[in-house]
Design a protein around this ligand. Structure first.
Ligand code: C5P
Length: 290
């Protein structure tokens, strides 16, 4: 049997990443966060001064092609052990992103990258290069997930989340999910997540002087920035909603592999669904098709 692929697509902040990580953990599959590859591309462009409008943009694909990008999943000590007694809870492993060996997990989730990434991701040469990276990472993750402890091998599988996984990257995926939620629910969740992370960051670094602008909104599970750089002001729900809306607009309206619902995708609107229920629904669908 060949490896099983779960493709999870949807708009910004629809819960794709944490859902995909929990589903991968439940199924014993590898996990690839494809947005973080585009975020690495944006970081490389930013560091090289090759941002849109600067005339240097065409080289971003080259920069990405020469870089080494790795995505590692690990269980933090706070998480219940896999297969442990805590079966009622859903385990969401942490993800670490390495760019040329540097841990950029936080650097790719700044307001600046949030604003830049959709423009970088609209470049077809960048998308072609990222596609090759996605396929290579998926191949490696499948092999690893299929390696049985005794030395044998099981079919294994991979969960990948993004915007065009079911339509372009893995059009033959065994299970395609389109995850959605109302714009307000997504903005409120992201706001809530950021506030929690900023509070944690402040609690960890009480003596640090608050700096770094608060407006604009940050994104993703590690929005707190480096220790000691907790933003002084919390962004408003409105500013986060605006940022998500702008990014979705760019992702839906770009020419190359825009955000679309694949014709054979299962659409899940999680506006009023618990996280656990949503994860179990996807895991059940995957098991039915294996
Ligand atoms: O998932 P995340 O919000 O981290 O993705 C960041 C950006 O990367 C998206 O807004 C989109 O512009 C781009 N992206 C994409 N195709 C994917 C995944 C992400 O264009 N498969």
């Amino acid at each position: 049997r060949r490896a099983f692929t779960v493709a999870i697509d949807g708009p910004a902040a629809s819960g794709k990443s944490s859902t995909a990580r929990a589903v991968a953990h439940e199924l014993g599959f590898g996990y690839i966060d494809s947005g973080s590859i585009y975020r690495c591309a944006a970081l490389l462009a930013l560091r090289a001064g090759a941002v849109p409008g600067s005339g240097e943009r065409s080289d971003v694909a080259g920069l990405v092609g020469r870089a080494s990008i790795d995505i590692r999943t690990r269980l933090s000590p706070d998480h219940p052990a896999p297969g442990g007694t805590d079966t009622g809870r859903v385990v969401v492993p942490d993800v670490q992103v390495l760019l040329d060996g540097e841990d950029v997990s936080q650097a790719i989730r700044t307001p600046e990258i949030n604003r830049l990434v959709a423009a970088i991701a609209s470049d077809s040469a960048v998308r072609d290069t990222v596609l090759r990276i996605q396929q290579a990472l998926a191949g490696a993750a499948e092999t690893k997930s299929g390696a049985a402890p005794g030395g044998g091998s099981a079919p294994g599988g991979v969960v990948m989340d993004g915007r065009d996984i079911g339509t372009t990257v893995f059009p033959g995926a065994e299970l395609k999910i389109y995850l959605d939620a109302s714009a307000m629910a997504r903005a409120i969740r992201r706001w809530d997540e950021m506030n929690r992370q900023m509070k944690d960051a402040k609690a960890k670094a009480p003596a640090a002087s608050p700096e770094a602008g608060g407006a604009g909104g940050q994104d993703g599970p590690r929005a707190e920035g480096a220790a000691g750089q907790a933003p002084a002001e919390y962004p408003s729900v409105e500013s986060i909603a605006r940022e998500l809306e702008e990014r979705d607009y760019a992702d839906i309206n770009r020419k190359h592999s825009p955000l679309r619902i694949a014709s054979d995708a299962v659409v899940i609107d999680n506006t009023s669904m618990t996280f656990e229920r949503q994860v179990h629904a996807i895991v059940d669908l995957a098991r039915e098709r294996m």
